[in-house]
Design a binder for this molecule. Structure first.
Ligand SMILES: Cc1ncc(COP(=O)(O)O)c(C=O)c1O
Length: 382
């Protein structure tokens, strides 16, 4: 089990340095030692988000930050425009409804990115909306949405621009201040390569202005409480944080910054090209529309006559490689390969080699070695 290669879109392989950091003794979470570690970690978080805003860590998975982003800005009846182009866009819509908001969905066919012109059109009709939510990298479909272009449009409106970068931050371009993202959230276990269980959120002054006028109905995820505790000296969190995961986040973010954001994004780019071109060389059809494809994972259709159980089961049981299946109506139709975090040439080459062997065993025909050759090409040329 220890040898399992995680090629799913998170959680991803956690580097030893990060695992080791978690073995440090637990300290008082209200004392100066933890306060310094928290301050260092949130400062690095802001650096990775590319913002002058404060950032906050939340003990919880990515969904906790999604929930915080909605629960703190809306009251009953508030309009929120939700771009729904996959499972995670749908989750922000569900959260809007759970907290009493009126969702105005922009439905996008799964496998495609939203058209910024559609955002403009809907904003013109709903400029009283409290927020517009968008998933940067829709992990359920392996599609990247154009947050930079949408950010330019949103600058003309008072509506908050809320962006989920759970599966893109540190693996694709996110520039919170330049793109005009009012609220941006992420998770630990994807391109940052920390263990699951921690999320982060950053907010600008426009977002705080809204939040300060909302009587929010969340307790644990109250951002005003997070700000108050964060401003204490030493810095704190409102409730007991996962101290070990804070150590892990600090180490993982240090590694991100040591590598350099640009280098890390380029490395993800090469990985995504390698997986995509290998899939195509094997005759597998990619799910996401050309031009909209993610930098951090690839989704492809299962070949005719091959079931999800057969393909992912063989990869798991025979080769110890975990791939992800499809979600909702895509279950049994597509499978997904992540190239997040520290995943590089050795992991991708091994995955494609074993995918070739699996497909061959399952009777799917292709030119032997074509996928591996495509991986080599991608790494030589990019
Ligand atoms: C884009 C995106 N948003 C949100 C989430 C939810 O994160 P978590 O599963 O950590 O709650 C995920 C998880 O896969 C994701 O990919």
């Amino acid at each position: 089990m220890d040898d399992t290669l995680l090629m799913i879109p998170g959680p991803t392989t956690v580097p030893k340095r990060v695992l080791d950091a978690m073995s440090r003794p637990i300290v008082n979470h209200r004392g100066p030692v933890y306060g310094e570690i928290l301050e260092e970690t949130t400062a690095m978080m802001s650096e990775v988000f590319k913002t002058d805003n404060e950032s906050y860590l939340i003990t919880g998975s990515g969904t906790s930050a999604m929930e915080a982003s909605i629960a703190n800005i809306i009251e009953k009846g508030d309009k929120v425009i939700n771009v729904v182009s996959g499972k995670f866009g749908e989750r922000l819509q569900q959260l809007t409804e759970v907290f009493g908001g009126e969702s105005i969905p922009i439905e996008v066919p799964w496998g495609q990115a939203v058209d910024p012109a559609e955002i403009k059109r809907v904003m013109e009709e709903n400029d009283d909306a409290k927020a517009l939510t968008l998933i940067h990298n829709e992990s359920s479909t392996a599609v990247v949405n154009p947050i930079k272009e949408v950010g330019k449009i949103m600058k003309d409106y008072d509506t908050l621009f809320v962006v989920d970068t759970v599966s893109s931050l540190a693996g694709d371009y996110v520039d919170v201040d330049k793109y005009g993202l009012d609220i941006c959230l992420t998770g630990a276990q994807k391109c940052i390569a920390a263990p699951p269980g921690m999320a982060a959120i950053t907010l600008n002054d426009d977002a705080w202005k809204v939040i300060d006028n909302v009587d929010s109905s969340t307790y644990y995820l109250d951002l005003k409480a997070m700000r108050k505790s964060g401003n204490k000296s030493p810095a704190q969190t409102p409730y007991t944080p996962n101290v070990s995961l804070t150590y892990a986040m600090r180490e993982a973010l240090t590694m991100v910054l040591e590598e350099g954001l640009e280098n890390r994004i380029q490395r993800h780019h090469t990985g995504a090209i390698a997986v995509r071109s290998a899939a195509e060389a094997l005759g597998l059809e990619l799910f996401a529309r050309e031009g909209d494809r993610s930098n951090t994972l690839t989704a492809m259709y299962l070949p005719e006559g091959v079931t999800d159980d057969q393909l992912r089961g063989t990869m798991r049981n025979k080769y110890n490689i975990e791939l992800a299946g499809g979600q909702d109506h895509l279950k049994g139709k597509i499978f997904r390969i992540g190239n997040m975090g520290i995943t590089g040439l050795p992991e991708i080459a091994a995955t494609i080699t074993c995918l070739e062997m699996t497909l061959k065993e399952l009777g799917f025909e292709f030119e032997s070695g074509a996928g591996v050759a495509a991986v080599e090409d991608a790494f030589l040329k990019n």
